[in-house]
Design a protein around this ligand. Structure first.
Ligand code: ZN
Length: 199
């Protein structure tokens, strides 16, 4: 229907989460009518994040160096590790201001139906961090979804077995069930963190 380069842009935009075909078309026409500077600014920003942002060697959060800013911050308590599914989940927890420990980003949640098994996530790396010592509590802040709950239970059972001295906690209820952590407001999330319970 459109020139091949326009079709390509629409196809690429439609791959983004939450962007349907119609929105992709609207965005493509916006980009086409934008100034060269504005449009190429977007392209450059995408190229730059892909070239410069990787994952922290310790916690697998996003990082522009070998370790992330939180792992580099000596004031963050190393005795408490908050386990989340995605780097985007770190942001609302940080915004709540209620967590002063370190993080561990799994890279997803267990879902055998979708072929996501423990070895596909950074679970062994979490156990290695706990085994290294100095950790007193692991807060499981995976999403309050079926897969997030299953992941929390899986890790809790393994940690109870491997490291009985380490407290394993889960965020208090009150978070919208079935929703992703990143959509929780910071007050609710802060309360859920303060009221976390043993698993
Ligand atoms: Zn880190």
């Amino acid at each position: 229907m459109f020139a091949a380069p326009v079709n390509r842009l629409i196809t690429e935009l439609a791959r983004l989460p939450g962007i349907g075909q119609r929105t992709a078309q609207r965005l493509a026409f916006h980009i086409l009518s934008a100034s060269e500077e504005e449009a190429l600014g977007l392209a450059d920003a995408i190229r730059e994040v892909k070239a410069t942002v990787g994952h922290c060697d310790v916690c697998f959060n996003l990082a522009t160096e070998s370790t992330c800013r939180i792992c580099q911050d000596e004031r963050r308590e190393a005795a408490t590790i908050c386990v989340v599914e995605q780097p985007s989940d770190v942001i609302p927890i940080e915004r709540s201001g209620e967590f002063h420990g370190r993080y561990h980003v799994l890279g997803g949640a267990l879902s055998p139906i979708d072929g996501v098994d423990p070895e596909d996530l950074k679970i062994a790396e979490l156990y290695a961090r706990v085994d290294a010592g100095g950790v007193r509590e692991v807060v499981l802040a995976t999403n309050p979804t079926t897969t997030g709950e299953a992941t929390a239970l899986h890790i809790a059972a393994a940690l109870r077995e491997r490291s009985p001295d380490v407290a394993v906690t889960r965020l208090a209820s009150g978070l919208p069930v079935g929703a992703d952590l990143e959509y929780a407001d910071e007050v609710t999330l802060g309360k859920a963190l303060v009221g976390r319970r043993a698993l």
